[in-house]
Design a protein. Structure first.
Length: 201
C-alpha cells in the first residue's frame, strides 16, 4: 500500500514565517528551509529575532489566522485523499498549524511543538524526532508501506529520495538545479497526475 507524504508550507499553504515577516516588517524572518538547510540553526535565529522585538506566539497566531491555503490546494488534497492515504509531514508546530488544517479539512498532520511561556513568549521548541521527515517515511516503510513524497525545501529531500517516488513542488531554482534527477512541478494537476502514475507502478 502507498502512503503519500506531503510537506505543508510552500506546498499546501504559504510560508508562515514569510507572512509574519511581511506583517511585522522584520525582513530577517523571511528565511525558511529553502534558504537554510540546518533547521536547528534556523529556529534559534528566528527565536532570537522574536526576543529582540518582544514578539511571541499571539502575534504570530494573529497573522496565521489571515492565511489561506494556496489556490487549488484544498481541491488537490480532497482529490488525492479520495484514492490514497495522505500524511502531511511538516517541521512546523501544532500551535501554528491547526487553523490551517481546519481550512484544509483536517488532514493527518505530523509536526512539532513549541515551548511557550505564560506571557506568550516562545522559549524553545521540541522536535517530534530527529530528521522528522526522513525518519517518518522510513518508519512507514518498516511496517509495510511504500511512500511517495513531495516537498519544496532542503529538509524535504530526504523523504523525497527515500521513497518509491518523489517530486519537488514549487521549489526554488537552486534546489531544482542541484537535484536534476527529481521531477519538479509547479501546478497541482501535474503533481496529482504524477502521484497517480507512481501509484500504478
Amino acid at each position: 500500500m502507498d502512503i503519500i507524504c506531503l510537506d505543508m508550507e510552500g506546498v499546501l499553504v504559504p510560508e508562515i514565517w514569510i507572512a509574519f515577516s511581511k506583517a511585522s516588517g522584520i525582513p530577517e524572518l523571511k528565511l525558511t528551509t529553502r534558504d537554510e538547510p540546518d533547521y536547528d540553526k534556523l529556529m534559534r535565529y528566528r527565536l532570537s529575532i522574536l526576543r529582540e522585538h518582544h514578539l511571541g506566539l499571539p502575534q504570530i497566531q494573529e497573522v496565521i489566522s489571515t492565511i489561506d491555503p494556496l489556490p487549488g490546494a484544498k481541491e488537490f488534497l480532497d482529490e488525492l485523499r479520495s484514492f490514497a492515504q495522505v500524511i502531511i509531514i511538516s517541521d512546523t508546530f501544532t500551535q501554528f498549524a491547526m487553523p490551517l488544517m481546519k481550512k484544509l479539512g483536517y488532514p493527518t498532520l505530523f509536526c512539532n511543538t513549541l515551548e511557550v511561556a505564560e506571557d506568550g513568549t516562545i522559549t524553545g521548541y521540541r522536535m517530534r524526532i530527529a530528521q522528522s521527515k526522513l525518519s517518518t517515511v522510513r518508519a512507514l516503510q518498516s511496517i509495510g508501506f511504500d511512500t511517495i513524497a513531495s516537498g519544496d525545501s532542503f529538509n524535504d529531500l530526504g523523504m523525497i529520495r527515500a521513497g518509491k517516488a518523489g517530486f519537488l513542488f514549487k521549489s526554488t531554482p537552486q534546489i531544482i538545479r542541484d537535484n536534476p534527477d527529481i521531477p519538479h512541478f509547479e501546478e497541482f494537476p501535474d503533481l496529482l497526475a504524477a502521484i497517480r502514475n507512481a501509484m500504478q507502478k
